[in-house]
Every structure is written in structure tokens, then in C-alpha cells.
Design a protein around this ligand. Structure first.
Ligand code: SF4
Ligand code: SF4
Length: 431
């Protein structure tokens, strides 16, 4: 995948990666990436930076983290967008997102684990237990959370630190969450041997807020009649935002923003054909998985907004930069993360309100519920969301998918029927 493949093989070998299985994994990821992304004709030229980030996720990024650790730096694996990166960075600890997006790894996990858990967790298991995750030995420990049952039980099995995410949003729940954020700070300080100072935390809050602001700007272009970036490429940028070094990501995102401004001013579209504007809603799509986005956009629909954790849920809210004391900054971080509208909350009215607000803002004509198989929270919550969509006169289509490619054409048939329905202004079609 890289020019200096030999050097990376040496590095992978040193960090305990099974080279033969890793070759299989990489070949699968490359093939899927070519299939899902490289058919697009009118991509911004600077998407090459994010294509590179995809390929670097098992190469250049691994080398960066290995070099940081060789100098005494610490790193932790993270899952889920609830882990506050700002605190880890302020303690000098590099967060490494580990959510699995590889279908090959799912097959590997299925030899050892139950199949009726979501592919994100199975893929993570598969990479860990097949020794194909290069980050397995490049971290001091990993941090998970108690969002859904699949994750809770996975963290027990893998021996991860688990942050307790409350399932309601009352005052007592916010207090519990604040204490978990404090506990996380303590763990990061203990690991790095460096106290989090107000100055360091203010700096990392600004850095991560800037990343989220850049993502907001990139996604803002999708409101235009002719979006200069596709939904597939916007997804790739969001996936890269989770994997890349923050400063490197911000630099690349700045280049993309400048190009999108120019394309927008000239009316250059990412799409060669007209198509209905749809919102993608539901489960996350970790790097390596873009099947649903691919089928939807290659069937002639335009994903103009994505409210998932690999979309707006990650960048919609910023940490308030007004606090000056360390205590107030920690509290502002807790508030920002507590506002995440994951389907693990009951009830989850914030998500209903957030989606309702997106419909006029992005002139959404239809909603695709993109649900990972066995992701019960988002699957069941699609019903509640449909009530909101129905009231707004916006039809929806639910696609439940795993990471395999065998059902692409079946999904395409349903997406094409949905496209026709949107063309004639039809009603709700869930299934
Ligand atoms: S969907 Fe929920 S559990 Fe999954 S990454 Fe997002 S916030 Fe975390
Ligand atoms: S995709 Fe759904 S089921 Fe899977 S880990 Fe995330 S919230 Fe849990």
C-alpha cells in the first residue's frame, strides 16, 4: 500500500502483526476502497490527501505512533466518540481510534465469536485476535464505554477500561458523567506522568474544536444545490478525522476547504447526474466500511448530510472555549460530550430535534436509515425517527447492512425504488 512497503513490513513484524494475514486484510481493504470510492468522476483533487490517509492508516500513521512511543510517548486505543480526546492530548497521550471497519476481519471473528453482534464489534475482535491490528501493541491500554451491550461485553473480554455512559440525561446522570470524565483525566495523567494543566487543556480544546469547525465548513458546502463534494467523500474525510494526527488533519482539511470554495464559486458539482437529496441517519461507518453510502450514491441519490458518529454527531458540537479554570474546562468538556445524541439514550429526544432541524437546512427530500446489522439501538429508534419524518412529509428507507458485499445488488434494488418514489414525491417506505 505504500512506497516503502519493506520498511512497513519490518515495523509490522516488530509490533507483532501476522504478516500473511495482514496482507490478506490489506488486499481486501484496498479492493473495497477502489470499488466504493474510485468510480467517482468529479472528485476534488485534494481528496487525494484523504485517500492517502486511508492507505496510511496501517502504514504511515502506525510509523508516526511507533516513533512517538519510541521517544517515551504514550498512546491509548479508543472506541466511540464519547472518549474525550482533548483530555488525552492535554496529558500528552495519543488517542488511537480502533473501531473495526474491515469485512475480512468480521469473517475472522466469526470463527470464534457469536455472529449476532454488530459487524463493528466483530471486526474489532477479528483484527485483535488475528493479530492484524497494528495498533494492538502500539497502545498502553484501551478505553471503551458502556453504550450498547455488544460494546460493554466486548470490553470485558478484551480487558479495556470502560467509561460509564449514563443512559438518561437527568441531573444525576450528568453528575455521573462528569465524574467519569474526571476519572479519565486521572487515568491519562497516571499513564503519562504528566498533570493536565489549564494551559494544555485550553490548547487541546482549541485544536480539537478547530478540527470540528473544519468538518462543519466542509459539510456546509453540501447545502448547495450542486454540492462540490459527494457524500462518499465527506464520509472519507470524517473517517480520516478520527484516524489522522489532529494537526495533519487540520492542514489537509484546510486545503480541501479552499478547493471546495473555488469549486462552489464556479458551480462545480461532485455529481454528474441530478438526483434527490437524502440524509444518512443511524449507525457509524468506520474507516473501511462505506457500502451503504456507495450503493446509495452510485444509484443516483445524493447524500447531502450524515447525522451518524462518522458524520455530524462527531463535529456538530464544540467545547465552550470560554472557561479559564481547569475545573470549568473539564465541566465544559463533560457538557459537550453529554450532548451526543447516541441511540443508547432513553428517551433520545435530542436526536429527533437534531434530525428535524437538518431537514430544511439541507433541503432533505428523503432519509436513509443506515443501520449496521444487530445495532438494535439505531434499528429500533428508526421507528421513532420515522414519526418525526412523517410529520415533516419526508419519506425514509431503512437499510440494515453488515460489512459483506454479497447483498449490494439487493440493497441497490430497494434504493432505486426509493429514488423513483422520491422523484414522484411518495410516502414513507420502511422495511
Ligand atoms: S453510535 Fe453511540 S456507541 Fe457507537 S460510536 Fe456513536 S456514540 Fe459511540
Ligand atoms: S454500531 Fe451499534 S451495536 Fe455496534 S457498537 Fe455501535 S452502537 Fe453498538
Amino acid at each position: 500500500m505504500q512506497d516503502s512497503t519493506t520498511d512497513f513490513r519490518k515495523l509490522w513484524s516488530e509490533i507483532g502483526v501476522d504478516l500473511d494475514l495482514h496482507d490478506q486484510l490489506m488486499a481486501g481493504l484496498d479492493r473495497v476502497f477502489t470499488h466504493t470510492h474510485l468510480w467517482q468522476k468529479d472528485r476534488p483533487a485534494s481528496m487525494s490527501l484523504f485517500d492517502k490517509a486511508f492507505h496510511d492508516s496501517h502504514a504511515g500513521r502506525v510509523a508516526e505512533i511507533a516513533a512517538y512511543r519510541a521517544k517515551g510517548g504514550k498512546s491509548v486505543g479508543t472506541f466511540c466518540i464519547y472518549v474525550p480526546d482533548e483530555i488525552a492530548l492535554a496529558a500528552g497521550v495519543l488517542p488511537i481510534p480502533l473501531c473495526g471497519g474491515s469485512g475480512w476481519a468480521v469473517d475472522h471473528a466469526d470463527r470464534m465469536f457469536p455472529r449476532d453482534i454488530c459487524p463493528l464489534v466483530r471486526s474489532t475482535f477479528g483484527m485483535s485476535f488475528s493479530n492484524t491490528c497494528p495498533y494492538k501493541k502500539l497502545k498502553d491500554f484501551a478505553v471503551g464505554e458502556t453504550t450498547c451491550d455488544a460494546k460493554k461485553k466486548a470490553w470485558d473480554l478484551l480487558g479495556f477500561l470502560s467509561l460509564e455512559i449514563p443512559q438518561k440525561k437527568n441531573i444525576i446522570d450528568r453528575q455521573l458523567w462528569l465524574s467519569e470524565v474526571e476519572r479519565f483525566r486521572g487515568e491519562m495523567e497516571k499513564l503519562s506522568g504528566r498533570a493536565v494543566t489549564a494551559e494544555a487543556l485550553a490548547s487541546s480544546i482549541r485544536l480539537v474544536n478547530n478540527k470540528r469547525r473544519l468538518l462543519q465548513r466542509i459539510n456546509g458546502f453540501r447545502k448547495l444545490d450542486e454540492p462540490p463534494i459527494s457524500g462518499l467523500d465527506a464520509l472519507l474525510v470524517s473517517q480520516a478525522a478520527l484516524n489522522m494526527d489532529v494537526e495533519a488533519f487540520n492542514a489537509a482539511a484546510g486545503v480541501l476547504v479552499a478547493e471546495l470554495e473555488e469549486r462552489a464559486s464556479k458551480g462545480v458539482s461532485a455529481y454528474s447526474m441530478p438526483g434527490p437529496r437524502v440524509l444518512f441517519a443511524g449507525s457509524p461507518s468506520p474507516m473501511g466500511f462505506a457500502k451503504t453510502h456507495y450503493v446509495v450514491e452510485s444509484s443516483g441519490l445524493r447524500i447531502v448530510a450524515d447525522e451518524s458518529c462518522t458524520g455530524m454527531r462527531y463535529f456538530r458540537d464544540l467545547v465552550d472555549e470560554g472557561a479559564s479554570s481547569l475545573e470549568d474546562m473539564i465541566s465544559a468538556i463533560a457538557d459537550r460530550y453529554f450532548s451526543i445524541d447516541c441511540a443508547c439514550f432513553s428517551p433520545n429526544m435530542e436526536r429527533m430535534d437534531n434530525v428535524a432541524a437538518l431537514l430544511p437546512e439541507y433541503r432533505v427530500q428523503g432519509v436513509i436509515h443506515g443501520i449496521l446489522q444487530y445495532c438494535h439501538g439505531y434499528d429500533i429508534e428508526a421507528k421513532a425517527l420515522d414519526k418525526v419524518l412523517s410529520a415533516a412529509g419526508v419519506p425514509s428507507l431503512k437499510i440494515v447492512a453488515d460489512y459483506g458485499e454479497q447483498d449490494e445488488e439487493q440493497i441497490r434494488v430497494r434504493v432505486e425504488a426509493f429514488r423513483e418514489l422520491l422523484a414522484v414525491g411518495g410516502g414513507i417506505t420502511t422495511g
